[in-house]
Design a protein around this ligand. Structure first.
Ligand code: NDP
Length: 314
């Protein structure tokens, strides 16, 4: 174990929330150190075009947007370091964290922006086409626009899937909703909306057997689990909405979280149940999950951290 280094303001995670927190913290002279996690830039590095982040009238790719945010954070003096925070003891003063199980750090304040990860089915072609920006996505609001006038499929039966199917139905010619049971988990109101939308077809008791296409999605093979029959949907986009998992496991038992692991913050702030620890972005937000809302909460986190440090006389 290496000797402990003391950090004034530690930021964990490198999505839009983390980098925005870093921009504000650095400009307030909090001397932030940001640890990126294993995917520097976070979820957006896995998307292609981002058309809805304000300030980019012609759109921007996810990786470029994240590089821009990083450069902006570094311009004001943020130290961006590659590394994964693997353990934390937040109940002591100063807070203690460990990076890659070996580096021990102490910090006066910690801003958690560890994000959430979309769940995927795990099919080989799903991974391949997702990685190649071939029309597999876990965010209809981000990517639905690229399938305007086309036929798409979405898998899932919770509120997210129902909401995204409805969103897609306004843009696309037809939306197939692949539901694995004979009922949905989504709220009754959301279900009714899906069931009464003319261009959404629900495929009950169905699972995704394969996704076809070399460069881009050319079809989806669906298996009926009652009779084992296979059917190919001629779609060009495949959306996965089977839930997200917030990256908060290392804070279990210390920070308040809901039953799905999302960190709970005090209303109208980014304050967690531990003084000096703030949660921003998707790790504390299961509702909006947008780059711009994450960035906004990152700003709030830095301002909350600055005020907290001021109360300590730092
Ligand atoms: P959920 O966990 O609620 O739903 C996941 C859905 O995906 C379930 O229908 C599940 O099926 C299905 N699923 C899981 N794994 C697979 C798989 N391998 N193959 C096929 N289907 C699969 O996640 P959501 O993201 O929908 O919602 C998360 C939370 O956010 C919920 O509490 C929800 O209410 C909330 N939310 C609220 C909204 C709102 O109020 N406007 C909007 C969006 C989300 P099964 O049912 O069979 O388990």
């Amino acid at each position: 174990m290496q000797n402990s280094e003391h950090i004034h303001c530690l930021i964990i995670g490198s999505g839009p929330a983390g980098y925005t927190a870093a921009i504000y913290a650095a400009r307030a002279d909090l001397k932030p150190v940001l640890y990126t996690g294993l995917t520097p830039g976070g979820q957006l590095t896995e998307t292609t075009e981002v058309d809805n982040f304000p300030g980019y009238p012609k759109g921007v790719t996810g990786p470029v947007l994240m590089e821009d945010l990083k450069a902006q954070a570094e311009r004001f003096g943020t130290q961006v370091r590659f590394g994964m925070v693997t353990k934390a003891d937040l109940n002591c003063t100063p807070k203690k964290v460990w990076v890659d199980d070996t580096i021990e750090l102490t910090a006066d304040t910690v801003i958690i922006s560890t994000g959430a990860s979309a769940k995927w089915l795990g099919l080989e072609n799903e991974t391949r086409l997702r990685m190649n920006a071939g029309g597999v996505s876990a965010c209809a609001v981000c990517d639905g626009f690229f399938f305007k006038g086309q036929e798409v499929a979405i898998v899932g039966a919770g509120d997210t899937a129902a909401e995204e199917a409805t969103y897609l139905s306004k843009l696309c010619k037809k939306v197939y909703m692949i539901v694995r049971r004979d009922q949905m988990r989504a709220s009754k109101a959301m279900q009714r909306r899906v069931e009464t939308t003319a261009n959404i077809e629900i495929l009950w008791n169905s699972e995704t057997a394969d996704i076809l296409g070399k460069e881009t999605v050319e079809g989806v093979v669906v298996k009926n689990s009652n009779d084992g029959s296979l059917k190919t949907l001629n779609v060009t986009g495949f959306f996965v909405a089977i839930g997200h998992k917030p990256n908060t496991d290392i804070f279990k038992g210390q920070l308040n979280m809901d039953d799905q692991g999302y960190l709970v913050v005090q209303a109208g702030s980014t304050r967690t149940n531990i003084e000096g620890v703030f949660a921003v972005g998707d790790c504390a937000d299961k509702t909006y999950r947008q780059a711009v809302t994450a960035a906004g909460s990152g700003c709030m986190g830095a301002l909350d951290a600055e005020r907290y440090l001021a109360t300590l006389g730092h």
